[in-house]
Design a protein around this ligand. Structure first.
Ligand code: UDP
Length: 365
């Protein structure tokens, strides 16, 4: 069985690492299964891409489509054209796409139009907010792909509501958690730990990169100030996404004194910080899952989430635009009061193993 796996951005690398390792395990057991890893080049910066391949032991991509920057339409078109060529030269039995980014959607479209079957990992999650381009990507991919691996029963039910036959939906768990479980003993204390004189549970971790938070300097500054004031003098570590870096530089905004900025961190260093933080404020989806798994209090600076289980079961609280809720939640955190939480079903480190076994069981090849 030949599989082509697509990865384009930082969270994709975390997920495909688990899938590739599960395939390699089956190869060692003598199963006739091979893969090609295609990097679309959507993230290309060493902090956002190369570092992940090294740390997570992901083999070098068989091909890099090097699409780089561009508008949504330019990136979608460039990925489709180049991925179609890749599929014509190296036709697989299956394509696996993960997550909800432009690469996920563009590669699904290119494959489906060549009648190649596509499996979507992390299918069925919905924020019901189409102003997020990821939501559009999720809907398009789940309309046209062939097999659906889900992280929760709720995502499976959503797909059924959308008319997908039950036999095409498999609840497997969370590949992001797989990678976390596999690396828990390998986490690395970042150099900034000593530079910023951090202590376990003595700092807040912050990530912000969504357009709704960082594209308007006034809004961005207001949120940053509210967070910094509420927890002061607690230090805040802020690994800054390239998009956010650009906006900070162009707006000339000033960051409060208790915020320590750094480049995006390697996976092992970032997870070390999550595990040892007092709490996290983020607008990332993946980070809310990791915080839930590790039992670390988390606040999400968004009005909707496609991962509701991180709020209903896990440690996450949806803040939206409510600055009073943000401040009161941060005060609660400082007082050491946070809701109880659990880990969602099947977030046990074995999702990728289930995916690969399911693919093998379905394969006529
Ligand atoms: N991450 C990392 N270093 C960082 C920030 C994030 O290794 O400095 C990892 C982490 O696993 C996180 C993932 O990248 O869950 C997702 O990042 P991002 O916020 O870009 O994606 P999203 O979850 O918003 O799709």
């Amino acid at each position: 069985m030949k599989i082509t796996i697509v990865a384009g951005v930082r969270p994709n690398f975390v997920k495909v690492a688990a899938i590739i390792h599960a395939i390699q395990h089956q190869q060692k057991l003598g199963v006739n299964i091979s893969f090609r890893l295609i990097h679309t080049g959507q993230h290309y910066d060493v902090h956002m891409s190369g570092a992940f391949f090294n740390q997570l032991n992901i083999p070098s991509p068989h091909s890099n489509l090097e699409v780089g920057k561009g508008t949504q339409a330019e990136q979608t078109a460039a990925i489709m054209i180049k991925f179609e060529q890749e599929l014509l030269s190296n036709t697989p039995d299956w394509v696996i796409v993960v997550g909800d980014v432009t690469s996920t959607m563009a590669c699904t479209l290119a494959a489906v139009k060549l009648n190649i079957i596509v499996a979507h990992v992390e299918a069925g999650i919905r924020s019901y907010d189409r102003s997020m381009l990821e939501e559009v990507n999720r809907i398009v991919v789940d309309c046209i792909c062939d097999l659906f691996y889900t992280t929760t029963e709720e995502a499976s039910s959503q797909l059924e509501k959308e008319g997908i036959p039950r036999e095409k939906i498999v609840f497997v768990g969370n590949t992001m958690v797989d990678t976390l479980v596999a690396n828990l003993e390998r986490l690395v204390q970042p150099d900034l730990w000593n530079d910023f004189e951090l202590k376990t549970q003595g700092f807040l971790l912050l990530t912000m990169h969504r357009p709704s938070n960082v594209d308007h300097p006034k809004v961005f500054q207001q949120k940053i100030n509210a967070i910094a004031n509420a927890v002061s003098p607690l230090p805040i570590v802020f690994p800054v996404h390239p998009r956010t870096q650009k906006n900070i530089a162009s707006s000339g905004m000033q960051l409060p004194d208790n915020i320590f900025v750094t480049n995006p961190l390697g996976y092992l260093e970032f997870m070390y910080l999550i595990k040892n933080a007092k709490g996290i404020v983020t607008d990332s989806g993946g980070v809310t899952e990791e915080a839930t798994f590790l039992g670390i209090p988390c606040m999400t600076l968004r009005s909707s989430t496609e991962r509701p289980e991180t709020c209903t079961i896990g440690t996450n609280v949806l803040i939206g635009e409510d600055m009073d809720l943000l401040t009161s939640s941060l005060k609660q955190l400082i007082q050491g009061k946070w809701k109880g939480s659990n880990i969602p079903d099947l977030w046990d480190g074995r999702a990728a193993e289930r995916i690969v076994q399911d693919l093998i069981s379905r394969s006529p090849f």
